[in-house]
Design a protein around this ligand. Structure first.
Ligand SMILES: [Zn+2]
Length: 409
């Protein structure tokens, strides 16, 4: 009963904080009604970043607060479950973001945000979800159970690459086979470019996008893309995705390996239980991940430029692809220049000028990458984590405790 009361209180508080933060962050966007879409997208991007900071920081804040209250208040009949309040916080941030999403897209019905976000997460990030799930159930010690979980996770990650994700999503009715018109368009483009496609899918979604699954040779178009783009532009986007399907084998292998980048995370708990060695383990892991990420990011960016060039040649007019991309950015309200050197896609503005188009607006400034509000959210997180370490020595039990007590985390 008391546990539920804490979780509900945490949910309400986090919901309120997220709504207030997003309300403040979106004030410049609200005041920009009537301005060019690139300017509005730029202001909206800052609001989206604040929502992301809320999602990343508030559940950890809730976890630390619960641990701190448990450590200081010994009169509690039962300790507060730190995991329960963090899950309540995650749910609260997501619900608050749903309300904000309906302000950004007034036509959206309640729940469309959840369905769209969940289906994109399933399709693109199921491997990360599997790694996090394996991390959560991993025991504190290396042993038969730990190795079985690791082996099952590896098998699942490989199966996802080879079509498990698409299979599950199509069986659940989330992915739908292409209608005859779209299939015809894909077949024509595929024949013209001499690049085979296995299946074409439609993903009902409010985001206008398309993606190529390079291992299974499937292409996915979202319903929003098909609604907002004319046939000629859909063919150009299709040609871009086919460009990805024709990437050299070594690029495909590296893309497949990238699904395993975060795999070592599953050994977090048993490594911590080993003692100080976990610091070395994590330092080595972070170093390798940062090296591989920058290398894979550079390669992926080169492949985007290559796919743009192939698509421009396939539709005999690079400007058609550039206009299609511009329409996608406008529908998704994404900035024409994001201002991140490491992002996989080159800025829309540069892709348009590379296609020979002179946009009818000046190159927009990149959006602000961090507002005062975002810094405040980060500062609160750092303070709470520091306090948690100072009080309890971290989220894990003290070293002096017997290993058998490493149960509650
Ligand atoms: Zn691409």
């Amino acid at each position: 009963m008391l546990q539920s009361a804490y979780a509900i209180a945490c949910f309400l508080l986090v919901y309120l904080v997220t709504r207030v933060c997003c309300h403040i962050a979106l004030r410049p966007w609200r005041a920009s009604a009537g301005q060019h879409w690139t300017q509005r997208a730029r202001l909206l991007f800052s609001g989206r970043l604040t929502a992301a900071y809320c999602l990343l920081t508030l559940p950890v804040d809730a976890y630390c607060c619960a641990k701190l209250i448990n450590a200081h208040d010994h009169d509690l009949p039962t300790p507060i479950s730190a995991w329960a309040v963090s899950f309540a916080a995650v749910a609260a941030v997501i619900l608050a973001c749903e309300s904000v999403s309906r302000e950004i897209r007034p036509g959206n019905r309640f729940g469309q945000f959840f369905r769209s976000t969940a289906s994109i997460v399933l399709l693109r990030y199921l491997s990360i979800v599997a790694i996090l799930a394996a991390t959560a159930i991993m025991p504190w010690h290396f042993g038969i159970v730990a190795w079985v979980i690791a082996a099952v996770t590896v098998a699942a990650l490989i199966a996802m690459q080879y079509g498990l994700t698409v299979n599950i999503m199509s069986r659940l009715g989330i992915l739908k086979p292409a209608d005859p018109d779209l299939q015809q368009l894909v077949d024509d483009t595929s024949r013209k470019m001499g690049i085979a496609v296995r299946h074409t899918w439609i993903l009902p979604n409010t985001a206008a996008t398309a993606l190529a699954l390079v291992t299974t040779r499937d292409i996915v178009f979202t319903s929003a893309l098909l609604t907002h783009l004319p046939g000629e532009q859909i063919a150009a986007i299709c040609a871009h995705e086919l460009g990805h399907l024709s990437e050299p084998p070594h690029v495909r292998r590296r893309r497949q390996l990238s699904a395993f980048l975060f795999f070592p995370l599953i050994f977090l708990w048993p490594t911590i239980a080993l003692g100080n060695r976990f610091l070395l383990y994590f330092a080595a892991w972070l170093f390798i991940v940062s090296l591989l990420r920058s290398q894979l990011g550079g390669m992926a960016r080169q492949m985007e430029i290559r796919a743009d060039q192939l698509a421009g040649a396939a539709v005999n007019n690079p400007a058609v692809l550039a206009r299609a991309l511009e329409r996608l950015y406008e529908v998704n309200q994404m900035p024409a220049v994001i201002g991140r050197r490491r992002s996989v896609h080159p800025p829309l503005y540069d892709r348009m000028t590379a296609a020979g188009i002179v946009p009818d607006y000046a190159r927009p400034l990149p959006p602000k990458q961090r507002s005062v509000l975002d810094i405040a959210l980060l500062a609160i997180l750092v303070i709470l984590i520091t306090a948690q370490f100072a009080t309890a020595g971290g989220p894990w039990p003290r070293k002096s405790q017997d290993a058998s007590q490493y149960q509650s985390r």
